[in-house]
Design a protein. Structure first.
Length: 460
C-alpha cells in the first residue's frame, strides 16, 4: 500500500512536468551551456595530441571561418525555432477550436515536440557559447579555434535540419483526429491501470461504510478542480485522530473553498471526536486534497472520457457538422469503457494496518461514466440514426465485456433511455427497423448471445 501511494504521488509529479512545454527545452539549454563551456576546454587540452586520422575529420578553418560558421548556425537555428513555435501554436489553436480546448494538455505533453524544441534551442545556445571562445592571433594571445566544439556545432545543425523535417511530418500526423483520439484513449487506460485495482484483486475489499447521522463536515481549503488525493496522508490523519474520513468528491470534481468536501466521524461508535483532534484532522485533510485550475490524467479516470465526449459533442454541433468524427470519438469511448469494466469502479476503501476502514474515497462507477459518455451526445445527436446506431453498438459491446450485476443494470438503464430517444424521432421505417434490431442485439449481449450482423441490414 505504501508503494502504491509513492507511485501515485510520483505519477502526479511526473504528469505535472510532462504536460509542460518548457522543462525539456530548458534542460536542453542548460546542457548546451555546459557543453559549450566544456568542449573548448577539451579542445585546448587535446590540441597537440589529436591523431592526424582524427584531426582531418574535424573543422579545419581558421578563427574567421569558425566565427562565420557558428554565427550562421546560431542565426538559422533561432529562425527555425521561431517557426517551430509558430507551427505548434497554430496546431494548438486548431485543436482548441475544431475539437476541444481540453486537448491542449495532450499536445503540450507531446515528447517529440518537446525534444525537437530542445534540440533547436540547444544548438542555438551551444553555437553562441562556443563562439565566445574563438580567438584570432592578435586577440590577447595565440589563435584558438576549438575544432572539436565547432565540429559538434556542425553536427547539431545537421541534426536540427533532420529534426525539422521529422517535426513537420509529426505535426501533420498529430493534428489528425484519429491520432488525438488514440492518445487520449491510451492515456486514460494508463491512468486506470495506475490508480484502479483489478476486479479480481479487489474481491476481498472491505465493505463501504455508511456515514452516520452524527458526522462532522470538512470544508475544502481551496477552490479549483480536485486533481489528486494523498491516500496515505488521509489514512494517517484518520488514525491519529481516531476517526473515519469520507471524501465526498471524486478526483476531477470542482471544489469551492469553504464548502464541504468530506465528512468524518469517530472510529468508535457512539464516541464523539475531540474538538482538538477534529480541528487538526480538518487541517490535514485539507492539505491532502490537491486542487488545480484544470483536470489532469494523473488520478482522474473520467478526464479522458470527458475529452473524448467533448470531441463527440463538438463534432455534432451545427457549426462543424462532422458525424463521422463523432462516431470515431464514440468508438474511442467504447474502447476505454471496455477496459474500465475490468477494474473495481465505485468507492474505494482505505484501511489501516489492522484492516480497519479509515478512509472512503468517492470514485465514479460504470453508471456515472456511462452518463458522462451518453447524456450529451445522445441529446445533440438524437436526429442522426447512424450516430444512434453507434451508441447501441457501444452498449452491446459493453454488455458482452461484463457480467457484473451493477454494470449490467447501468447498461440496461442506458438502453431504455436510448430506445425512448430513438422512438421520439421522425425516422422512416427502414431506419427505425435498423435501430430496433440494434437494440435487440444489446439485449442478446446482456443474455450472453451474439448474433451475426446481416450483410445488408438496411436492405431488410
Amino acid at each position: 500500500m505504501v508503494l502504491d501511494a509513492v507511485r501515485r504521488r510520483r505519477s502526479v509529479l511526473v504528469d505535472a512536468v510532462r504536460t509542460r512545454l518548457w522543462p525539456v527545452p530548458a534542460a536542453g539549454v542548460v546542457g548546451a551551456v555546459i557543453a559549450g563551456v566544456g568542449l573548448p576546454e577539451l579542445d585546448a587540452a587535446l590540441k597537440e595530441h589529436l591523431p592526424s586520422t582524427v584531426a582531418r575529420y574535424l573543422f579545419g578553418g581558421g578563427a574567421d571561418a569558425a566565427r562565420e560558421t557558428l554565427g550562421a548556425i546560431a542565426t538559422s537555428l533561432i529562425t527555425v525555432t521561431s517557426l517551430t513555435f509558430s507551427l505548434t501554436l497554430v496546431t494548438l489553436q486548431l485543436a482548441s477550436s475544431q475539437y476541444t480546448p481540453r486537448l491542449l494538455r495532450t499536445f503540450a505533453a507531446d515528447r517529440f515536440i518537446q525534444r525537437t524544441l530542445a534540440l533547436f534551442l540547444a544548438t542555438f545556445v551551444y553555437a553562441l557559447t562556443v563562439l565566445r571562445t574563438v580567438r584570432n592571433s592578435g586577440d590577447s594571445g595565440a589563435e584558438f579555434v576549438p575544432q572539436i566544439a565547432v565540429t559538434v556545432a556542425y553536427l547539431l545543425a545537421m541534426a536540427s535540419v533532420l529534426g525539422l523535417v521529422l517535426f513537420l511530418g509529426h505535426l501533420v500526423r498529430q493534428i489528425r483526429i484519429e491520432t488525438m483520439l488514440d492518445h487520449v484513449t491510451a492515456e486514460t487506460i494508463g491512468t486506470a491501470k495506475r490508480v484502479l485495482d483489478l476486479r479480481d484483486e479487489a474481491s476481498g475489499a472491505a465493505p463501504v461504510p455508511s456515514p452516520p447521522a452524527h458526522r462532522s463536515v470538512i470544508e475544502a481549503s481551496s477552490s479549483g478542480f480536485l486533481v489528486g488525493i494523498e491516500e496515505q496522508a488521509l489514512c494517517a490523519a484518520a488514525v491519529d485522530a481516531g476517526a473515519v474520513v469520507w471524501v465526498d468528491r471524486a478526483v476531477g470534481s470542482r471544489l469551492v473553498g469553504g464548502v464541504p468536501a468530506a465528512f468524518c466521524w469517530s472510529h468508535e461508535p457512539g464516541t464523539p471526536l475531540e474538538e482538538r483532534n477534529l480541528e487538526k484532522l480538518r487541517e490535514r485533510v485539507g492539505r491532502a486534497l490537491h486542487t488545480g485550475i484544470e483536470r489532469t490524467a494523473a488520478q482522474d479516470i473520467g478526464h479522458g472520457l470527458q475529452q473524448l465526449t467533448d470531441v463527440v459533442v463538438r463534432a455534432l454541433s451545427p457549426g462543424i457538422n462532422d458525424p463521422t468524427t463523432a462516431v470515431y470519438g464514440l468508438n474511442s469511448c467504447t474502447a476505454v469503457l471496455s477496459e474500465l469494466v475490468s477494474y473495481q469502479l465505485g468507492p474505494r476503501v482505505v484501511c489501516d494496518d489492522d484492516d480497519e476502514v479509515r478512509v472512503v474515497l468517492m470514485r465514479p462507477d460504470l453508471a456515472d461514466l456511462l452518463d458522462l459518455v451518453c447524456t450529451q451526445p445522445q441529446h445533440y445527436g438524437c436526429q442522426d440514426p447512424v450516430f444512434l446506431g453507434s451508441m447501441f453498438s457501444m452498449l452491446r459491446e459493453l454488455a458482452w465485456r461484463t457480467s457484473v450485476p451493477q454494470h449490467r443494470q447501468a447498461i440496461t438503464d442506458q438502453l431504455g433511455r436510448l430506445q425512448r430517444t430513438a422512438a421520439e424521432q421522425n425516422f422512416d421505417l427502414l431506419e427505425r427497423s435498423h435501430l430496433d434490431g440494434l437494440a435487440r442485439d444489446v439485449t442478446d449481449a446482456l443474455n450472453r448471445e451474439w448474433t451475426p450482423t446481416p450483410a445488408a441490414r438496411f436492405a431488410g
